[in-house]
Design a protein around this ligand. Structure first.
Ligand code: APR
Length: 320
């Protein structure tokens, strides 16, 4: 049986980490693409030279032309510019929208059957634009944000309670930005909701709110520490989990920026919701019950994403 082919559009910090993880997990052959000449080729060769040590068989190559991604089963997009300290994800909009136009055209021509995962920020607006530019079915184009935001929430909670990260589940909905909605009612330690843990005295409501806010600011915290770029290990791990669920038809339930066509009362937009990812891409969007507070937070997040989408339409009228 032929190996799967995974194309990484953008071979920077996240792209390189994606290639490493995809190799270690033997998800398939990997093509790194970038506009920087030599860089994807260099990273591919370096990673290939690690494969005898780690014992994985994955073809690794680098390219500067879209022909190289032909026939890919999965395409993960990180092309664009990352944040610098003091910048919000939204500040990247204009530059990265132009990048999405080029990337969308490349995918349309050479990898129209792929499952496409977008990581480029501002995420919800960029994945919306990428779907339009590529013309791929909406169930095959998805944004990575919820897995990362939930992982940050899970890590902070596990640290707080001194329990294994494996026993903490968390749900973060909404846009990938300051208005994201960590759902405490649906986040648990071994099945016990955080709201019950507050009642049980494991933490105060105020402390929980601090952790929620740290989750919202999770990306900015890393940018502030790194100073020269944004997070890359956890974003890459999160996208690989989504790619693996697709390639192995695992049907994992993962929060992702998915195309809404009426769900949650929204149309023609991408925002973070719980999904099922299997061989058909986004196979299901799970509509969970939101109480009035949660709904208010979700609506605020939707409004913020819609503002960015409107800005995209102004810059590129073909998207309107
Ligand atoms: N086509 C292909 N690649 C491009 C293009 C383009 N038009 N423009 C830029 N790139 C490449 C850059 O050459 C660079 O190698 O995209 C890569 C981005 O890598 P980094 O700058 O290291 O950024 P990274 O940390 O990987 O983040 C990428 O993901 O999380 C988001 O906000 C982040 O939007 C950013 C993206």
């Amino acid at each position: 049986m032929a190996r799967n082919k995974i194309a990484l559009i953008g071979s920077g910090q996240i792209g390189g980490t994606l290639a490493h993880l995809a190799g270690l997990k033997e998800l398939g052959d990997i093509v790194l693409f970038d506009i920087a000449e030599g860089m994807p080729q260099g990273k591919a060769l370096d990673l290939a030279e690690s494969s005898p040590v780690d014992g994985f068989d994955s073809g690794l190559s680098g390219t500067n032309t879209y022909e190289g991604i032909a026939g890919s089963d999965v395409v993960i997009v990180t092309a664009g510019v990352p944040r610098k300290p003091g910048m919000s994800r939204d500040d990247l909009l204009e530059i990265n929208l132009k990048v999405m136009e080029q990337v969308g055209a490349g995918i349309k021509k050479y990898a129209p059957d792929a499952f496409v995962i977008c990581i480029t920020n501002p995420l919800d607006a960029m994945v919306w634009a990428l779907q339009k530019f590529s013309g791929l079915p909406a169930n095959k184009v998805v944004g990575m944000a919820g897995v990362l935001d939930s992982a940050r929430f899970r890590y902070f909670l596990a640290e707080e309670f001194k329990v294994s990260v494996e026993d903490v589940t968390a749900f973060v909905l909404g846009g990938h930005g300051d208005t994201m909605v960590p759902l405490t009612r649906y986040s648990t330690v071994a099945g016990v909701p955080l709201t019950d843990l507050v009642k049980m005295g494991w933490l105060t409501a105020e402390r929980l709110e601090e952790i929620v806010q740290r989750t919202r600011d999770g990306g900015a915290e890393i940018v502030g520490l790194l100073k020269t770029g944004s997070a890359f290990y956890a974003p890459a791990a999160s996208a690989i989990q989504m790619a693996e669920s697709y390639l192995k038809d695992k049907k994992r339930v993962l929060p992702c920026a998915a195309y809404l066509d009426g769900q949650y009362g929204q149309k023609d937009m991408y925002v973070g919701v719980p999904t099922v990812i299997g061989e058909n891409g986004i196979e299901r969007i799970i509509e969970i019950d939101l109480n009035s507070d949660e709904k208010a937070m979700f609506d605020k997040s939707v409004a913020s994403v819609n503002g960015l989408v409107d800005a995209c339409k102004k810059i590129q009228p073909a998207l309107a």
